[in-house]
Design a protein around this ligand. Structure first.
Ligand code: HDD
Length: 719
């Protein structure tokens, strides 16, 4: 629905009415008095660009009504004519429908949201979106995997992109981050090398969205700056349960700048309020085949159901003179600042509350840039960040085909744009000002130049200085690649360590070159002799002697995914296994569904065929679709080995139950259905619930199991 405000600013942008431009007058007082209504702070700020085709005739692109079901031919059985402009326009548009997919992070999903500031943080930064308690800023977020192409599976093991845009009332601000707080390389000039090594082989384009191949591990083991990030990716962060269950990080150190010009070094953290949770490797692999859209579906469904996920924005704040105080360099993006050295300071909450209307127009065309910063935020000299500032602008030019991509609705700031940039492919603005240069007198000096005091102009941190001899090297303060990889390994639970080792075993077992495998072991051995020995075993290579220079026993908080319980179980999915042949199972499934739904769980009742009270069949259901599995009393007959059904593969119900168990999920059965657990071979261990006979007492214990999420004692450790 178009609001009057939207029409006003549309007229302003089109140059139809200066009066419609709330900020046509650069008087600083006018610039400050921006109400939400004027700036379109609501999430509906894109409504003006929508078209719902809910009436009217089919038209050509230039407006003539048409019927285009058949092409124009010379005779009923003759050739199509070149003069058929309707045919040509339609086919030509189709031929040009695709734009280049992102060179990395091609596979992703996005959503709209709102950020609410906890307070006035002008004691930290001049950034306006953090200037008042309760201040709301519209947002768009895009989550992604890195290596796979646009059609690849969501659950490929990978670093995950976590790109956030704030449509602030002082322009767009992007934190283009990942779900892992560190990166593989330290200098942007190496990015093409990193990506060429992880992408599929150039001859046969194998493997898709996977690093289990020679070139990736050749690069990782030759470039030890990759080790720390590699450890994160090989552990749970590489295969999150959903986008909603992962944290986000700005990775680089940035700067906060205050109005008085003073600065602090900061790191951005998005802390998931759903709790961190991860899949296990086998279920991620099954999902890649059975439901390649698992993560995007999860996000979409959660938002549609009114359970949009939230993240708390936190910063670690460090004095400028402490950049080298912690034994590593804050300009080095392969390092975290352990929370014990700089606590997380909460700034506000982002909640995702609306799905995109059109995937291409919004999710595909959003063009993030680390260079999109606003007043109150500044870069640092991190050489990875410096290169990114160039690369993203450049890649957007390639994807859009011209310099006007910032005018696309999803990229357009929600405040009016005034500058002397002109023309180019796809120019949408009809500039009335004939004097597109500054300074001018003929347009009254407009657009006027803002500065720090007049017009709240952007300002670079005034104390930043650059000098020095030209040098094509990395600072020696970037040299230690092993201490923090070990800190990570020390800080996760034994079962997470096992997962990490299993993942490296899996990946390295796909490597054919013995020299690369030996190099991998040599690098792992610098982190931990234990890890190197355990991987060597799987590769049938000699275990290396300890290489202890970087060994230590320190640990840090906030790293483990499996050592806590989820703060909320809302939106988790429960499969209730029932049978169409047992009325009592259907009745109990219905009351379980009713009861669990009251606590915000998504309950799917599974049966032999679709019928009243059955949501999904055994033929299509899979344990990967559920965070917990329950057998309803009366359905136990389905689990007996002799049960044969022509409707679904024999043993399918038992398989779903057993897979749920094997993948660490809470499973259970009510009353006599306990027999199903025995038939399926599910032992009586923590997270297996079979003592309850009534729904209420079952729900009490089962929901605790869901909050625990994974029962990790089911996964064997190396002896
Ligand atoms: Fe990048 C996309 C995150 C290093 C070059 N990157 C991209 C996206 C994310 C990141 C989340 C997808 C944004 C979206 O959803 O549209 N990239 C990172 C992080 C990095 C990083 C956290 C290190 C801290 N990237 C990095 C370097 C370079 C690039 C060093 C190049 C020198 N990244 C790109 C790119 C992409 C991109 C090629 C592809 C599509 C795009 O930018 O918009 O320019």
């Amino acid at each position: 629905m178009r609001t009057i405000t939207a029409l006003l600013s549309w007229n302003c942008l089109l140059g139809l009415s200066l009066a419609a431009c709330p900020y046509a007058n650069p008087n600083p007082a006018a610039l400050k008095a921006r109400s939400d209504e004027e700036t379109g702070a609501s999430n509906n700020f894109l409504d003006q660009f929508e078209e719902d085709d809910s009436n009217g005739f089919l038209t050509s692109d230039v407006g003539g009504p048409i019927a285009d079901q058949a092409s124009l031919k010379a005779g009923i059985r003759g050739s199509t004519l070149l003069e058929d402009f309707i045919f040509r326009q339609k086919i030509q548009h189709f031929d040009h429908e695709r734009v280049p997919e992102r060179a990395v992070h091609a596979r992703g999903a996005g959503a709209f949201g709102t950020f609410v500031s906890y307070d006035d943080f002008s004691n930290l930064t001049a950034a306006s979106f953090l200037s008042a308690k309760g201040k709301e800023t519209p947002m768009f977020v895009r989550f992604s995997t890195v290596a796979g192409s646009r059609g690849s599976a969501d659950t490929a093991r990978d670093v995950h992109g976590f790109a956030t845009r704030f449509y602030t009332d002082e322009g767009n601000f992007d934190i283009v981050g990942n779900n892992i707080p560190v990166f593989f390389i330290q200098d942007a000039i190496q990015f093409p090398d990193l990506i060429h090594s992880v992408k599929p082989s150039p001859d046969n384009e194998i493997p898709q969205a996977a690093t289990a191949h020679d070139s990736a591990w050749d690069f990782f083991s030759s470039q030890p700056s990759t080790l720390h990030t590699l450890f994160w990716a090989m552990a749970g962060s590489g295969i999150p349960r959903s986008y909603r269950h992962m944290d986000g990080f700005g990775v680089h150190t940035f700067r906060f700048v205050k109005d008085d010009g003073s600065t602090k070094l900061i790191k951005w953290h998005w802390k998931t309020m759903q709790g961190k949770a991860s899949l296990v490797w086998e279920e991620a692999q099954v999902l890649a085949g059975k439901n390649a859209d698992f993560h995007r579906q999860d996000l979409f469904d959660a938002i549609e159901s009114g359970n949009g996920p939230s993240w708390e924005l936190n910063v670690q704040v460090v004095d400028e003179d402490k950049a080298l105080a912690f034994g590593f360099d804050l300009l080095d993006p392969t390092k975290i600042i352990p929370e014990e050295l700089a606590p997380l300071q909460p700034l506000g909450v982002m909640t995702l509350n609306a799905n995109p209307t059109n995937y291409f127009a919004e999710t595909e065309q959003i063009m993030f840039q680390p260079g999109h910063i606003v007043r109150g935020i500044d870069f640092t000299e991190d050489p990875l960040l410096q290169g990114r500032i160039f690369s993203y602008l450049d890649t957007q030019l390639n994807r859009h085909g011209g310099p006007n991509f910032e005018q696309l609705p999803i990229n357009k700031p929600r405040i009016p744009i005034h500058n002397n940039n002109r023309d180019g492919a796809g120019q949408n603005i009809i500039h009335k000002n004939k004097f597109a240069y500054t300074p001018n007198t003929l347009n009254g000096g407009f657009p006027a130049q803002a500065n720090q005091t007049t017009g709240r102009g952007f300002f670079t941190a005034p104390k930043r200085a650059a000098s020095g001899n030209l040098v094509r090297e990395l600072s020696p303060t970037f040299d230690d690649h092993w201490t923090q990889a070990r800190l990570f390994f020390n800080s996760i639970t034994p079962v997470e360590q096992q997962f990490l080792i299993n993942a490296i075993r899996f990946e390295a077992s796909h490597v054919t070159s013995k020299a690369v495998k030996e190099n991998v072991l040599a690098q792992l051995n610098k982190v931990s002799n234990d890890v190197a020995k355990r991987v060597a075993l799987a590769l049938n290579l000699a275990a290396p002697e300890p290489d202890p220079t970087f060994y230590h026993d320190n640990v840090t908080a906030g790293i483990s995914i499996f050592n806590g319980t989820l703060p909320t179980i809302k939106t988790l999915r429960v499969g209730v296994l029932a049978s169409t042949k047992s009325d009592s199972s259907l009745t109990q499934a219905a009351s379980l569904k009713d009861r669990l739904s009251k606590d915000g769980l998504v309950v799917v009742v599974v049966g032999e065929t679709l019928a009243d009270g059955i949501d999904q069949t055994y033929s299509s259901a899979d344990a990967t679709g559920f965070d917990g599995v329950v057998v309803a009393e009366g359905a136990e007959g389905l689990f007996e080995a002799k049960t044969v059904s022509p409707l679904y593969p024999n043993g399918r119900p038992a398989q779903i139950l057993l897979d749920g168990y094997r993948w660490g999920k809470p499973v259970g059965a009510l009353g006599t259905a306990g027999a199903a657990l025995q038939s399926a071979g599910v032992p009586s261990t923590p997270g297996v619930y079979s003592n309850a006979t009534d729904v209420e007492s079952f729900v009490t214990v089962f929901e605790k199991g869901l909050a625990q999420f994974k029962f990790t004692d089911r996964f064997p450790l190396d002896s």
